[in-house]
Design a binder for this molecule. Structure first.
Ligand SMILES: Cc1cc2nc3c(=O)[nH]c(=O)nc-3n(C[C@H](O)[C@H](O)[C@H](O)COP(=O)(O)O)c2cc1C
Length: 265
């Protein structure tokens, strides 16, 4: 087997949040998607995912609202919503008089893994061709409204989205924690407080400065919310508020039921 050096591609990864309006050739999109499907592992090779492409400017404007008005949804010519999708498989099973399945929580989990694995392959395949991507976590915040907007049927659930386009910025690489933060040898060994201090030391400076630099009024907003550290920012009303996250969690559980991933036995 020939080896391919993926390092330059991985090292060049940046989430891109500013895009040119240059359209992406439909043939290039088809090529990326079909190669990515072929190049992604999938549980049982059932390929329990689907993608909805949003290119139409008016429909992107509506998605822009659903994605909490993140400008890149308006700028980038393509938004791909990745769905955990057992509907097509279940339809096939039914047509062949096989037993119904995959309309349960396990089915959802496996389909969600399939969809997310595919999304990252698609991200790399676009990046390898010089395009930029950014994931849209707001897919989960607005999953119910997005499912309705995209007319997703039973046992199809939006798990993540990518905006894709030609970059109009060249941001610096974002930091990661040292490798030892993520890797455990043979057994899991919780970090001591001193290790957490050391692991987060650099990020607590770079992250704080980054968020502080996001707008002229950020210092005032931090003060208003009594935010004194990066950690406090992350669970404040300005970022991942536990109250908002709790509400979204309830909505996601309800949507799992509404979309029919609720079979018990
Ligand atoms: C599941 C997921 C959801 C994300 N959602 C958003 C988002 O809604 N808006 C945004 O600007 N970036 C979003 N991102 C991008 C992350 O902020 C980004 O990957 C992270 O800060 C690391 O930066 P990098 O990708 O440039 O290395 C998301 C990333 C992931 C994996």
């Amino acid at each position: 087997m020939t080896t391919i050096d993926l390092s330059p591609l991985l090292r060049a990864h940046r989430s891109i949040r500013k895009y040119k309006s240059t359209p992406i050739a439909p043939a290039l999109i088809d090529e990326v998607l079909s190669e990515s499907i072929a190049g992604s592992s999938s549980s049982g090779n059932l390929n329990t995912f689907s993608m909805v492409l949003t290119r139409d400017a008016e429909r992107r404007r509506r998605l822009f609202q659903l994605h909490l008005e993140q400008d890149m949804v308006l700028q980038a010519p393509l938004v791909i919503t990745f769905n955990a999708d057992t509907a097509r498989t279940r339809q096939w099973l039914k047509m062949r008089e096989a037993r119904d399945n995959f309309n349960n929580f396990h089915g959802f989990m496996v389909a969600a893994f399939d969809a997310v694995i595919l999304s990252q392959t698609v991200a790399l395949a676009f990046e390898a061709r010089g395009l930029g991507i950014c994931y849209m976590g707001t897919t989960l915040n607005q999953a119910s409204a997005i499912a309705e907007f995209l007319q997703l049927p039973e046992t199809v659930f939006p798990v993540t989205s990518l905006v894709v386009g030609y970059p109009d910025e060249a941001p610096k690489a974002r930091d990661r924690l040292p490798l030892r933060a993520y890797v455990h040898d043979e057994i899991y060994r919780p970090h001591s407080e001193a290790e957490i201090d050391a692991l987060y030391e650099a990020r607590e400076v770079s992250g704080w400065n980054r968020y502080l630099g996001m707008g002229p009024d950020m210092a005032a907003r931090f003060a208003e919310h009594d935010i004194k550290s990066l950690a406090q920012f992350y669970t404040s009303e300005l970022k991942y508020s536990p109250i908002a996250m709790g509400k979204i969690s309830e909505q996601l559980q309800a949507l799992l039921q509404e979309q029919g991933f609720d079979r018990k036995s």
